[in-house]
Design a binder for this molecule. Structure first.
Ligand code: FES
Length: 157
């Protein structure tokens, strides 16, 4: 389950104030904002840039460079499907297609009800049990097209 909260400038200002005296405060502030709100919206980019005397482009560049930061709210559940070589060799492309079809969304998208975000990952360290996926923090190995229905159903709960 991913925590999402409505962005609040006062709370964001507290997070910024907690970290702005640090050397290199930008990353700790971004992590704090994401931990609190579940994503780093444009309003946060503006607020952080003003507080740290940076341009919005500079803050935006850092947000987009690190894949762990998200500009949009994500779903309550995150389903990550491994698209790297070992999983591909074990048939992950067909599984990925079946998951997209079952959820009705593509990779990088969130279901309209906000329940599931589908993301690609490139190796979960579980190549021996390929094809692999991860639902929130639970690793799922030896995935097959037959198991996709149950996995998607679980993600929608
Ligand atoms: S390549 Fe998929 S888990 Fe390593």
């Amino acid at each position: 389950m991913v925590y999402q909260a409505t962005y609040d400038e006062t709370e964001a200002a507290e997070i910024i104030a907690e970290h702005e005296a640090l050397e290199g405060p930008l990353l700790p502030i971004l992590h704090g904002i994401q931990a609190r709100f579940g994503h780093v919206p444009e309003a946060a980019v503006r607020q952080i840039a003003a507080a740290l005397n940076l341009t919005r482009a500079e803050v935006h560049g850092v947000v987009t460079f690190y894949h762990d930061f998200h500009k949009e709210p994500r779903g309550r559940h995150i389903l990550k499907v491994c698209r790297a070589e070992a999983c591909q060799a074990a048939g992950s492309d067909g599984i990925a297609d079946a998951i997209e079809k079952a959820l009705g969304i593509g990779f990088g998208e969130t279901t309209p009800d906000g329940q599931v975000t589908l993301e690609a990952v490139y190796c979960l360290g579980l190549c021996a049990a390929a094809p692999s996926a991860m639902l929130d923090r639970r690793i799922v190995g030896r995935l097959s097209e037959a198991k996709v229905g149950a996995l998607v159903e679980e993600a929608r709960l």
